[in-house]
Design a protein around this ligand. Structure first.
Ligand code: NAD
Length: 250
């Protein structure tokens, strides 16, 4: 049966979300690309439909806004098969140190990463529970586990750690309804999220400390997410998958 995977923040051309949408489409999912950047969402959906021959929809969605989330999911439900998977991928980061962070910046980081994941999940989970099937994957980060030290500062690390508790509690609650909830915690992946602000010397020092000798790729992350979304992955829930080339073994 064809089902839809909803991926937030999947507009970004070099991002983890778009790669994940491609991998899920290649596995036969219909795909809904939700992004605050509407042209990018539509571009991604067009690219995915053409590449994989699946139904794909690109929809504007600001995940921090409940009204926007509701409008986006209403459009998805009208245009695509039933929603079977949700990847809460939309996220922003900032390297600001705690003694310099403003209240506004703290709130903005939490709004996109935490409230966004909450609002989209809140909108999607009731339908999954009614249908008795769901796969939810939240994008955490190695920063949550090791307390930053990659790029993101305290606000980002705290927000990504909140998603681990969110995932685990939700896994416990929604398991009996046929829904799995897991997290992935990538290390440094070369995308546009750092907006070119990662110092090359710092990056080289980090790579020197990664057993696999390189930074992560978007497909490294997309493959794990797609694995967790398979119907067959029904006995994996409340788990955090580290995708960091061995840079944080714990
Ligand atoms: P990216 O910047 O390439 O993509 C993020 C996407 O989210 C963009 O398309 C952006 O438009 C969208 N977005 C931002 N705010 C939004 C909002 N309010 N509503 C809807 N969409 C919004 O980033 P990426 O590196 O692909 O990151 C994807 C996820 O992976 C994020 O949650 C990030 O924190 C996480 N992550 C990334 C890395 C890394 O090293 N790149 C490491 C660990 C975790």
């Amino acid at each position: 049966m064809s089902r839809t995977a909803v991926i937030t923040g999947a507009g970004s051309r070099r991002g983890i979300g778009r790669a994940t949408a491609h991998t899920l489409a290649a596995a036969g999912w219909a795909v809904a690309v939700l992004d605050v950047d509407e042209p990018a969402a539509k571009d991604a959906a067009g690219e995915i439909a053409a590449a994989h021959g699946v139904s794909a929809l690109g929809v504007h969605c600001d995940v921090t806004d409940a009204g926007s989330v509701d409008r986006a999911l209403t459009a998805v439900e009208a245009g695509l098969p039933e929603v079977g998977a949700l990847v809460n991928n939309a996220g922003i980061t900032s390297p600001t140190r705690f003694l310099d962070v403003t209240d506004e910046e703290w709130e903005r980081i939490f709004a996109v990463n935490v409230r966004g994941s909450y609002l989209v999940t809140k909108r999607v989970a009731p339908g999954m529970a009614d249908r008795g099937f769901g796969r939810i994957v939240n994008l955490s980060s190695v920063s949550a586990e090791r307390g930053g030290g990659v790029f993101g500062g305290v606000a980002y690390s705290a927000a990504k750690a909140a998603l681990l508790g969110f995932s685990r509690a939700l896994a416990r609650e929604l398991g009996p309804r046929g829904i799995t909830v897991n997290s992935v915690a990538p290390g440094l992946v070369d995308t546009d999220i750092t907006a070119g602000k990662l110092d090359p010397d710092r990056k080289a020092a980090m790579v020197a400390d990664i057993p696999m000798g390189r930074t992560g790729t978007v497909t490294d992350v997309a493959d794990v997410i797609a694995f967790l979304c398979r119907p067959e992955s029904s006995y994996l829930t409340g788990v955090t998958y580290d995708i960091n080339g061995g840079s944080h073994i714990h």
